[in-house]
Design a protein around this ligand. Structure first.
Ligand SMILES: C[S@@+](CC[C@H](N)C(=O)[O-])C[C@H]1O[C@@H](n2cnc3c(N)ncnc32)[C@H](O)[C@@H]1O
Length: 340
């Protein structure tokens, strides 16, 4: 890479948080929703969304230069295929992800020096409590978080596993039931159970009802450190374990194992969906390593290698049977384990 290109690349990286915060501002204002039907004059948008028209014009003009909006006439703007995802009403919407990233995540990263110096999450030093404990007392944030998680793509990850023959699937920490709903739609004889915190369960009710699978879905409010619903023949932990330290992750796994072996049919299996860190040196590429950094700044969790997961599963009384990798460098992998 030439030094001119390298320096330009670094400059782009250094200002990337400005672009992300500009996306946050338009998402928070609800501008993409107001522009869903087509181009709109900035004066109208400003009046509707509660912004200063001159400032909004400068904001949108800057975002045109990044390919995030199109200018269709003087002072008139339209969404691009990228900012379409900042609308609330599109499948896999990223609007609430933009809000979460622009508020609590951004504030936490602003204090990354605290994490680097002390090893403890910046989030905790700013908000005074661990991430999920804080969320429990903040209904608005809990709603934003649950919606942001629902925006994550589930189809590709679900495709990693074959649920043929499974009768009762328990998704532990399954967010707003995106993955569970996808499974229920794909397998018409399947029944599903979701274990989640209250706000996610509230949103899950809407998800399963809108998809018409509510009669096969049982939504359970609870704490996976206390107990996990018994009687499933398959349990899913999707992007849950990387939120926690090894000790806490082991406790979750033990609770799942307890549920599988109490009155669950023998032969039950556990499906863990996570991004894996490479065993050897990390290669440049999207995703890997950065989510681990996010876990470090927000909570005491971390990403793991396949060998780390094997050890963790073994300590909790599971045997790792199969591992399948999704395609693409930032895809999740599926680890299937059975009680040892
Ligand atoms: C990173 S999200 C993953 C959500 C979902 N499985 C997915 O893949 O999109 C972790 C989930 O764990 C849930 N969670 C956190 N603590 C929990 C607890 N003590 N009991 C049950 N669920 C919990 C959160 O509400 C959140 O939805």
């Amino acid at each position: 890479m030439s030094s001119v290109f390298a320096r330009r690349k670094l400059l782009g990286i250094l200002s990337s948080s400005w672009v992300a915060q500009a996306c946050y501002a338009v998402a928070k204002l609800g501008l993409p929703d107001a522009m869903a039907a087509g181009p709109r004059p900035v004066a109208e948008l400003a009046a509707e969304c509660g912004a200063d028209p001159r400032v909004l014009n400068r904001l949108l003009r800057a975002m045109v230069s990044m390919g995030l909006f199109r200018q269709t006439a003087p002072q008139t703007y339209a969404l691009t295929s990228v900012t379409e995802f900042l609308r609330s009403d599109v499948p896999a919407s990223l609007r609430q992800m933009a809000v979460l990233d622009g508020e609590e995540v951004f504030r936490s990263f602003a204090d990354i020096m605290h994490t680097v110096r002390t090893g403890s999450p910046a989030f905790e030093s700013i908000y005074g409590e661990p991430f999920y404990a804080y969320l429990a007392g903040q209904p608005q944030l809990a709603a934003t978080f649950a919606e942001a998680m629902n925006g994550a793509q589930v189809s590709a990850t679900l495709a990693l596993g074959d649920l043929t023959g499974v009768t009762r699937l328990v998704d532990v920490g399954g967010g707003s039931a995106g993955l569970l709903t996808e499974a229920l739609l794909r397998y018409p004889a399947l029944r599903g159970v979701l274990l989640e915190l209250p706000e996610a369960v509230r949103q899950a009710k809407t998800t399963v009802t809108e998809a018409g699978v509510e009669d096969r879905a049982e939504l359970v409010e609870g704490d996976f450190f206390e107990a996990v619903p018994a009687g499933g023949d398959a349990y899913v932990l999707a992007r849950v374990l990387h939120n926690w330290t090894d000790e806490r992750a082991e406790l979750i796994l033990r609770k799942v194992r307890e549920a599988m072996t109490t009155d669950g049919a023998p032969g039950g299996r556990l499906i863990v969906l996570e991004q894996l860190l490479p065993e050897a040196e990390i290669e440049p590429g999207p995703g890997k390593g950065m989510v681990d950094l996010l876990m470090l700044v927000l909570m005491e969790g971390h990403d793991r290698t396949q060998a780390d997961y094997r050890r963790l599963l073994e300590r909790a009384g599971f045997a790792l049977r199969t591992v399948r990798h999704g395609s693409g460098p930032d895809a999740d992998s599926m680890l299937e384990a059975v009680p040892a």
